[in-house]
Design a protein around this ligand. Structure first.
Ligand SMILES: Nc1nc2c(ncn2[C@@H]2O[C@H](COP(=O)(O)OP(=O)(O)OP(=O)(O)O)[C@@H](O)[C@H]2O)c(=O)[nH]1
Ligand SMILES: [Mg+2]
Length: 322
């Protein structure tokens, strides 16, 4: 299939083409990467979409929640793509597919597209592929993209840097609600949801919310004049899901009102561009055949004390630019 055909299929919303396109993007082969870039270039568009990041510790109920939220969104007329950044996921499938049973109804629906985390490579590489898959899903007509992460390493930051709104799911355990969460996570949170607010945990969930609200008052706001949203939900009982979405919408609307949403996306794109360019330069510096030889020779000289590291670095750069 040519890149043109692939692009056409994606734009027509064909699942098979979308899946193929994502596979192309995930490929490590040089030839595929050139095609993938060409494809992404052809699919540049400006549709109105909502990108929502969803994170939370294992067991908090992410899969159950995504199933409930996804179904709710489809009932409201949306088309929903679910992606993930999980650098720890084994090549057998990754977090999303691992428990696709928890997303049974969602995964069988025509209006949903679920894709597990790419498995190959570093966190940065996994995040890049998810970001690009997100663009493909949007081009294919999915107007809400949910990006899940389990929060391994720095993956929350990666996800936060590719979405409009970053949601953190928490457990009710009020007394210790502030324990075990990285403070940095609160700083990037746009909506905090205490899940499992059902049965005997309902009261605890309410308490947890007031504690979190208090904790947020001590932080400097992420966006001036745009408030962090707090909600409780029971993904299992399908309660509070509508309210959570209302919270997301309120947040995104507030960004739009202040002309901050486009700014945010522009900033994300610019950062993305810089990061890719930097990676390419670093890669060329160390991995082209000529430079590999040069660096090896310089390293030998450094070890024999024939040249200082700083002089060697200067020489490496000079020679690279010749
Ligand atoms: N009581 C209650 N249990 C829930 C709720 N949501 C999820 N659970 C249960 O919590 C357990 C974990 O739910 P998952 O949806 O698999 O959680 P997860 O965050 O996706 O977990 P990982 O994929 O391991 O990161 C399951 O047994 C769910 O049935 C809820 O709202 N209330
Ligand atoms: Mg899960």
């Amino acid at each position: 299939m040519t890149v043109e055909q692939l692009a056409e299929g994606v734009l027509a919303g064909k699942r098979r083409h979308l899946a193929k396109a994502i596979t192309l993007i995930e490929s490590n082969r040089e030839q595929d990467q050139i095609k993938a870039r060409d494809l992404l270039d052809k699919l540049q568009d400006n549709r109105e979409t909502i990108r929502l990041g969803i994170s939370g510790v294992p067991g908090v109920g992410k899969s159950t929640f995504i199933e409930a939220l996804g179904n709710h969104l489809i009932e409201e007329g949306h088309r929903v793509a679910v992606l993930a950044v999980d650098p720890s996921s084994p090549s057998s499938g990754g977090s999303i597919l691992g428990d696709k049973t928890r997303m049974e109804t969602l995964s069988s629906r025509e209006e949903a597209f679920i894709r597990p985390s790419p498995t190959a490579g570093t966190l940065g590489g996994v995040a890049r592929r998810t970001r690009e898959s997100m663009l493909l899903c949007e081009a294919a007509g999915y107007d809400v993209v949910l990006v899940e992460t389990v929060g391994v390493g720095q993956s929350e930051y990666e996800v936060a840097s590719m979405v409009d709104c970053f949601m953190v799911l928490m457990l009710p355990g009020a007394g210790d609600s502030l324990q075990g969460i990285k403070r940095g996570i609160l700083e990037i949170t746009d909506i905090l949801v205490v899940n499992k607010a059902d049965g005997s945990q309902k009261q605890m969930a309410k308490l947890a919310i007031s504690e979190y609200k208090h904790a947020f008052q001590l932080l400097s706001p992420k966006y001036e004049g745009v408030e962090v949203q707090f909600r409780t939900a029971s993904a299992l009982r399908n309660e509070g899901i509508e309210e959570v979405w209302e919270g997301v919408s309120t947040f995104v609307e507030a960004l739009k009102q202040k002309q901050m949403l486009q700014d945010l996306r522009d900033k994300q794109d610019v950062n993305w561009f810089k990061r890719l360019a930097e990676e390419a330069v670093v890669n060329a510096l160390w991995n082209t055949p000529g430079n590999k030889l040069r660096s090896r020779a310089l390293i030998q000289k450094i070890i024999r004390k024939e040249i200082s590291p700083s002089a060697a670095a200067a020489q490496m750069i000079e020679e690279k630019n010749q």
